[in-house]
Design a protein around this ligand. Structure first.
Ligand code: SF4
Length: 344
């Protein structure tokens, strides 16, 4: 597997500069970005991020809005907040050196068992058992473990610990992950080209397609809201910043009703101007979160700046050309795009 990896590994930006003093920081950034996000999506973000903040010291001096703006489009913004907190913690407590101990790594905001092990192993070439989704799938198939990854998590972790080498841990960790990512893929697996096929139980028993078993899909709550698209004559948009809540914290969005189970009736909701000032766009935006589906109706109104400010006290007019300089929720961005108020 190691030889296969050395010949076939992808040329990924976080695998470069292994000897630099900031290598563990690069690994840390990549691990934050790769949580829930594909490699191809992460690459341009990683490159831009590292260019802007090449060291953890520089990152620790950034403000949250700047970091969120660089994160815009990657989703799961809590990661960006935790990354900034982690950089501050590392600078204050560890003299700007990313720790290599699992215990210290796991104390950092946003770093769990897997990320801590990956940073120690890849960043420092020290022994650590990093078990991500790719590793779980390779082990489950190689050992012919039927059932879901969750059902088998204990045995997979035991096997992963047993086969983890004491030396050259960096290469091993990346090799098994790479094999899962490009050969032993969830659906389009390529056993014929796999360096493990000789002893792989699933391959020998022709049960690769059954492992791991599919998870039962979780029910997603369905919610509804109405958003208010208020423009002035220069196409400035009235927007408000979300509070520091769990979901979409600190991002800008259009003023909206609460998210509720039944679609709110426009005739029954409070609007700060007479109902006759609004036009139903008949546009319904469906947005899917990991745990819920939101259907967003949009009403539009054109107003002069002075007419509105007193009614939407916690909102601000954002000049059309400044929208790209702030972090906007994906839903609001889709609405603005629909009405030709932003380019991308
Ligand atoms: S032989 Fe097939 S199932 Fe087995 S590890 Fe390789 S790709 Fe996965």
């Amino acid at each position: 597997m190691i030889n296969w990896y050395k010949k076939n590994k992808r040329d990924l930006p976080w695998r470069k500069n292994v000897t630099s003093k900031d290598y563990a920081y690069r690994v840390l950034i990549s691990e934050f970005m790769l949580q829930q996000t594909t490699v191809s999506t992460v690459i341009p973000y990683f490159n831009k991020f590292i260019k802007k903040w090449p060291s953890i010291k520089k990152l620790s001096k950034a403000n949250l809005d700047e970091v969120l703006l660089s994160w815009q489009g990657l989703g799961y913004y809590t990661r960006a907040k935790n990354l900034l907190k982690t950089s501050n913690f590392v600078c204050n407590q560890y003299n700007a050196i990313v720790p290599s101990s699992l215990k210290k790594l796991k104390e950092l905001p946003g770093i769990g068992d897997y990320s801590a092990a990956a940073i120690r192993s890849i960043g420092y070439n020290k022994k650590a058992v990093a078990v991500d989704g790719n590793v779980k799938r390779v082990i489950a198939r190689y050992y012919g473990l039927k059932g879901t990854s969750k059902d088998n998590s204990e045995i997979i972790n035991q096997i992963a610990s047993r086969i983890c080498p004491d030396r050259s841990n960096r290469v091993y960790t990346q090799a098994i992950m790479e094999l899962g990512a490009i050969i032993c893929k969830p659906r389009k697996y390529n056993c014929k080209k796999c360096c493990l096929k000789k002893n792989c139980l699933s391959y020998k028993q022709n049960i690769v397609h059954l492992i791991p078993s599919k998870k039962i899909k979780l029910y997603k709550e369905k919610l509804n809201c109405i958003s208010f698209l208020i423009l002035d004559q220069n196409k400035s948009v009235l927007m408000k910043k979300r509070k520091d809540t769990k979901l979409l914290a600190n991002q800008w969005e259009l003023p909206s009703t609460n998210w509720v189970k039944k679609p709110p009736k426009f005739s029954k909701i409070y609007t700060p101007f007479p109902k006759s000032n609004w036009k139903n766009t008949n546009f319904r935006l469906k947005h899917i979160f990991s745990h819920l589906e939101l259907e967003n109706a949009v009403y539009i109104s054109e107003k002069k700046i002075g007419e509105v400010s007193k009614n939407f006290k916690d909102s601000e007019w954002i000049d059309n050309c400044n929208i790209k300089k702030i972090v906007v929720t994906t839903m609001t961005k889709k609405i603005l795009k629909k009405f030709n108020l932003v380019q991308t």
